[in-house]
Write a protein that binds this ligand. Structure first.
Ligand SMILES: Cc1ncc(COP(=O)(O)O)c(C=O)c1O
Length: 385
């Protein structure tokens, strides 16, 4: 730890966990070709929506028989569309190890009021016992817990021969982690995370088994128009060809297309994953040589390479009352924000007090290298009053 003020600032101090940093080199000119002032159902408008679906499929290597739709309400909209449309005919296992998992527990247990629901929980920093999930039940889980920095290590715990559906909120995982497609029946994500797009729409990916459920099951509760994917018991295929249920933002769409093209240009999914891994390793090296900080994620195998959550383990800090810890951690974050060194790195409000530093593909590892001495500096400033 050093009291010396570092000389160099990160070139791009954007470490927010959503909306995340724009891609390197991004500027507003990237949006020049947007189809503005036109109907999204016009030929060029629809072609752009379809292009976004096709490029998403290519970059993420989504199987050819899975549907991909652009839906309303960002990732939350996509997840809730799936929960409301698919759940009910089978008992449900829902996994929660941080705040967004808890949100889906609330939806399933308190809003949909599904009686036969098991909630498999773990505290911040840990994963529930994945082997406790039952392939006869529907399983709802996050690939990456954005507020604790804990991810599932892989999909090996999901049975190939499952009877239930797996519904996976992958919003802070898609484009940074290998998603085990054959194990996943529903995958959701938004545009503003790993690719640094704009907050707007959700992506809903459905396996053939998920489509079969949609076509064979009619939920007993009312279904808002923005959730309705079937008509007369048949899937509305147009939704998965770019005919969105309601009006999308063509500006946000252009931005998503721009970032997909950037992803293709740097080498696609392996390059995106490598960038996030490299970013995580910069922080891991620093954590290893730094005695005041540690990962919130206990097991390195489930440590996120996007939403990296850090806890402060210095005895001065751990001796503080919880409120004082939260105040100290937020002072570190605001000091760095004031210095223009790191924006939005306070831990999530419901998580244990600490810092959260986004390491997704749009962040440059050189900026994380430059950030770490500043973290030491800010910690020393706050500790020494
Ligand atoms: C795991 C997870 N689920 C859901 C959400 C909500 O996403 P959105 O605001 O895109 O709906 C977030 C946002 O950070 C998230 O990290």
């Amino acid at each position: 730890m050093t009291g010396n003020r570092p000389a160099v600032r990160p070139a791009r101090p954007f470490f927010s966990s959503g909306p995340c940093a724009k891609r390197p080199g991004w500027n507003l000119e990237a949006l020049n070709a947007a189809c503005l002032g036109r109907s999204h159902r016009s030929k060029p408008g629809k072609a752009k929506l379809k292009d976004a679906i096709d490029r998403t499929r290519a970059v993420l290597r989504v199987p050819a028989d899975y549907r991909i739709g652009i839906v309303a309400g960002s990732d939350t909209g996509a997840v809730e569309m799936a929960l409301w449309s698919l759940l009910g005919p089978r008992p449900v296992d829902v996994l929660a190890w941080e705040s967004f998992g808890e949100d889906w527990v609330t939806d399933i247990a308190k809003q949909l009021k599904l009686k036969d629901t098991r909630i498999l929980k773990a505290p911040y920093g840990e994963l529930p016992d994945l082997t406790q999930t039952d392939p006869a039940r529907d399983i709802v889980f996050l690939w990456n817990g954005t507020t604790s920095g804990v991810r599932v290590p892989n999909g090996d715990w999901i049975a190939d021969s499952r009877e239930g559906l797996t519904i996976c909120d992958a919003t802070s995982a898609a484009f940074a982690m290998d998603l085990a497609w054959p194990k996943l029946d529903v995958v959701t994500f938004s545009w503003q995370k790993v690719l640094g797009g704009e907050g707007a729409h959700g992506m809903l990916v459905l396996s053939p088994r998920a489509v079969a459920r949609l076509e064979s099951y009619n939920p007993p509760w009312p279904m808002p128009k923005t959730f309705r994917m079937t008509k007369d018991g048949k899937l509305v295929e147009g939704i998965f060809e770019g005919e969105t249920i309601n009006t999308p933002s063509m500006l946000a769409l252009e931005d998503y297309l721009d970032t997909l093209k950037w992803a293709e240009g740097i080498g696609g999914l392996p390059a995106l994953i490598a960038r996030a891994d490299r970013n995580l390793s910069v922080l891991a090296n620093w954590v290893q040589r730094t005695d005041w900080v540690d990962f919130l994620a206990r097991d390195p195998a489930s440590r996120s390479n996007t939403s990296v959550c850090l806890k402060i383990v210095d005895p001065w800090f751990t001796a503080l009352a919880k409120d004082a810890q939260a105040a100290a951690a937020s002072k570190i974050a605001s000091l760095l924000e004031k210095e223009g060194v790191a924006l939005d790195i306070g831990g999530y409000r419901a998580a244990p007090p600490g810092l959260r530093i986004w390491c997704g593909a749009t962040v440059d590892s050189s900026d994380l290298e430059t950030l770490t001495p500043w973290l030491d500096w800010a910690f020393a400033q706050v500790k020494n009053g």
